[in-house]
Design a protein around this ligand. Structure first.
Ligand SMILES: Cc1cc2nc3c(=O)[nH]c(=O)nc-3n(C[C@H](O)[C@H](O)[C@H](O)COP(=O)(O)OP(=O)(O)OC[C@H]3O[C@@H](n4cnc5c(N)ncnc54)[C@H](O)[C@@H]3O)c2cc1C
Length: 384
């Protein structure tokens, strides 16, 4: 019997597995690899990290999130060095919002937290920022916080691969299958996989992202929110023109009738050899999937045409004169909570099963620290 089983080979689960395998030599990490080829032909679960870019930044209006990001980013060099896999790119990043003296505004809280934590940044009016970075445009009268230092983006697939590689080197077994049932009766927990295996562990961490509630059947009040992202393909000349572009988060003052705002990444090369600018946001109104089948079906489609159209419109506003070769839409999901603005890390079966999920669309950059905290809590649950 394993001491620890982690269900979900995603961003949080892989990080937790790396830590748990430092502390125990009886760890198993269970989760499927990314489906290859046509997603509509894939019958099983998906994930929130099947992409090449996730914004990383320390500045955040929440001190907890700012701290988790700061600690995670501090661990990136060690993870890159131990795994030999690069995933962190320092492009800098901006957050744009209203100019106000309200101490509770998003940007003012983020700036205060940056001062507490020693985050490197500069502050500009949108007009002043335009003179420094004429390739991007924000409306007049806004404030731009430009985080320098370690801010930029990570490749989430590569970060997961790095965490899994180190966990395996530390002795963790990796089972590339999907868990279909958890049985907590008797001694420990029995996990049944779609490959027909039964894996037993004393303690289980379920980090199955948006599928966590559907898999465990526990009432967790999660909200899996379907999201559509846009990939705007650019040629080499356009990528070179935009090579100084920071990551962008702009919600306040966007005033789009369909979406709340946008985040945009600089041009990144994807596995198909093309270079894309990736962007996303959030529709004002979203239908929340009620079952794993609903959620899997969302990934079989091409997303919301309304969201894709609104995102492209905002992209062309932020990068005036953008030349694209093609524009594609793709599906994703973020896991929110009915109540709560931090991830959910808590026991659901006393002494046996914990969950770590609800990244709230912001956990990629901080997944190492969230996974570490989940691993610590699992270990603590054992000793109580
Ligand atoms: C479009 C988009 C953009 C985002 N942008 C950012 C960003 O810029 N910056 C940022 O910090 N965050 C961002 N996020 C959020 C970030 O990607 C998520 O918070 C993060 O991936 C959550 O990690 P997770 O481990 O909870 O879930 P996941 O990474 O989804 O991992 C869950 C894993 O569980 C597995 N699984 C599911 N069911 C089972 C089962 N039954 N058995 C075994 N395994 C199972 C899945 O295969 C998956 O690998 C974004 C998310 C989306 C969707």
């Amino acid at each position: 019997m394993y001491e620890y089983a982690i269900v979900g080979k995603g961003m949080i689960g892989a990080a937790a597995a790396r830590y748990l395998s430092q502390w125990s030599d009886a760890v198993v990490l269970i989760g499927p690899d990314e489906p290859q080829g046509d997603w509509s032909a894939h019958d099983g679960v998906f994930a929130s990290h099947y992409d090449q870019g996730r914004i990383t930044r320390c500045m955040d209006g929440s001190l907890a999130w700012a701290l988790w990001a700061t600690r995670s980013i501090a661990a990136y060099p060690e993870i890159e060095a131990q795994s030999g896999i690069r995933f962190h790119y320092r492009s800098g990043g901006v957050q744009v919002g209203f100019t106000t003296t309200d101490p509770n505004s998003n940007l003012n809280k983020a700036e205060r937290n940056a001062l507490y934590l020693g985050t490197a940044y500069e502050k500009y009016t949108s007009e002043a920022f335009r003179t420094l970075y004429p390739e991007v445009h924000f409306d007049d009268g806004l404030t731009v916080l430009h985080e320098t230092g370690e801010a930029g983006y990570i490749n989430p697939r590569a970060l997961v691969a790095a965490q899994v590689k180190i966990a395996a080197a530390q002795g963790a077994d990796v089972v590339r299958e999907t868990v279909v049932a958890l049985d907590t009766k008797g001694n420990g927990v029995a996990l049944t996989t779609d490959g027909g295996q039964t894996i037993r562990a004393k303690q289980v961490l379920v980090a199955a992202g948006a599928w966590t509630e559907f898999l465990t059947g526990a009432k967790l009040d999660l909200l899996p929110m379907p999201r559509t992202i846009v990939l705007a393909q650019v040629d080499a000349a356009e990528a070179a023109r935009l090579k100084r572009m920071p990551t962008i988060i702009w919600y306040e003052g966007v005033n789009n009738p369909d979406i709340e705002g946008v985040y945009i990444l600089p041009p990144i090369e994807y596995p198909d050899g093309n270079t894309y600018i990736k962007l996303g946001g959030a529709l004002h109104h979203v239908a929340v999937p009620q079952s794993a089948t609903d959620l899997n079906q969302w990934f079989h489609g091409s997303g919301s045409s309304i969201e894709a159209r609104a995102l492209e419109q905002e992209l062309r506003r932020v990068i005036p004169g953008l030349r694209t070769e093609a524009v594609h839409a793709k599906t994703c999901v973020v896991t929110n909570r009915v109540k709560g603005d931090v991830p959910l890390i808590e026991p659901i079966v006393a002494g046996k099963v914990m969950v770590a999920t609800a990244g709230l669309g912001a956990a990629a950059k901080s997944s190492n620290e969230i996974g570490r905290l989940a691993a610590l809590q699992l270990q603590r649950m054992k000793s109580e």
